[in-house]
Design a protein around this ligand. Structure first.
Ligand code: NAI
Length: 335
């Protein structure tokens, strides 16, 4: 039976890059049924709601989705739908593998790390209010349940993939209680299930400096929500930018796959966005549901295109002059 995947094209470059990735996945012969669903700024115009009820109901039923980026207004307007989806389906683990890619020239070689970000708590709880005019308060939430759950995820992930080390980024020197709890839980879980895996702690500002000096010394990075958001983009910059880093939001019984990047309004509609981050997120999804053969074929095809390095096919963020369509066609030709 074909597995149904909910597909949210998203805003900005979303439809361009999700459309490109869908062409590749269909051609790779994965046994999938697509169910296209609205969400985001575009859905307000068509459905009068940023996150229409039928979209929620479909994800509730099928428990698997691919999501394009969704625009969130800055400083005003509606709250982030990304955050809402993560909370609604309890997608507590954001997983962002950051790898050096063959043919993509950067300052570093041999980067092979994974950011594991707590996805439902921290400052992203969105609990803010004005105490008195001119003073606002924003709450950072940390629960023992949430901190232990993400630590367990990180150590299990490390074990299953034969990874050597988990490093926690924190700021428990200042946020002694919230980040202190995060550390306490990580240490406990390491003791319980982390045999054979090295455990390290680094204050997040030092962690940033160490990352840009030598990212190859890191393996699995575990952190709370806000640090994970920032560090994911920093790490994307180490291996070629936001156009190449995939991501997954995973819960116990539901998963939504999406690139780390946003809707990139500066290049939307120009057919120059790099579809690779979205495509690799799809490969993560194929592996997640056991369609490993199709995932392997796609990986071999994009690796070949990157290694060939033809500027006419690579998108501008990779130093080429190609379009989204040209890059996608080149991958299709190698499948
Ligand atoms: P962004 O990731 O959309 O763009 C940052 C920079 O990276 C831009 O210069 C953009 O052109 C470039 N870029 C991003 N993706 C690219 C791709 N595939 N190929 C080539 N270049 C690419 O971040 P920004 O500008 O901070 O956010 C724009 C909107 O996206 C905001 O509304 C934000 O809230 C939303 N956003 C949504 C996310 C999601 O849906 N998961 C994640 C991050 C941001």
């Amino acid at each position: 039976m074909k597995r149904t995947v909910c597909l949210i094209p998203g805003d900005g470059i979303g439809p361009e890059v999700t459309g490109a990735a869908r062409r590749v996945i269909d051609a790779a012969g994965a046994e999938l049924e697509w169910l296209e669903l609205p969400a985001g700024a575009g859905a307000i115009e068509t459905h009068g709601d940023i996150l229409p009820e039928p979209t929620i109901a479909a994800i509730e039923l099928h428990r698997l989705a691919l999501k394009g980026p969704l625009t969130t207004p800055i400083g005003k307007g509606f709250k982030s739908i990304n955050v809402a989806l993560r909370k609604r389906f309890n997608l507590y683990a954001a997983v962002r593998p950051v790898r050096s890619l063959a043919g993509v020239k950067t300052r570093y070689e041999g980067v092979e790390l994974v950011v594991v970000r707590e996805n439902t708590e921290g400052l992203y709880s969105g609990i803010e209010h004005e105490v008195v005019p001119g003073v606002v308060e924003s709450l950072k939430i940390a629960t023992r349940v949430g901190c232990e759950r993400i630590a367990r995820f990180a150590f299990r992930y490390a074990k299953e993939r034969g990874r050597a080390r988990v490093t926690v980024f924190h700021k428990a020197n200042i946020m002694k209680m919230s980040d202190g709890l995060f550390l306490e839980c990580a240490r406990k879980v390491h003791e319980e299930i982390g045999a054979g895996i090295e455990y390290q702690e680094l204050i997040v500002d030092n962690g940033c400096m160490q990352l840009v000096r030598d990212p190859t010394r890191f393996d699995i990075l575990l952190m709370e929500n806000l640090y994970g958001d920032l560090i994911s983009d920093l790490c994307a910059g180490l291996v070629g930018g936001l156009g190449v880093v995939p991501g997954a939001n995973i819960g116990d019984d539901c998963a939504i796959f999406e690139a780390v990047h946003g809707s990139a309004p500066d290049i939307a509609g120009k057919n120059v966005a790099n579809p690779l981050a979205v495509l690799v997120s799809r490969v993560m999804m194929l592996n997640h549901i056991g369609e490993n053969a199709a995932g392997q074929r796609i990986k071999a095809a994009y690796d070949a295109v990157l290694t060939a390095g033809d500027p006419a096919t690579l998108t501008p963020d990779l130093g080429g002059r190609g379009t989204t369509t040209a890059f996608t066609d080149a991958i299709l030709a190698r499948l």
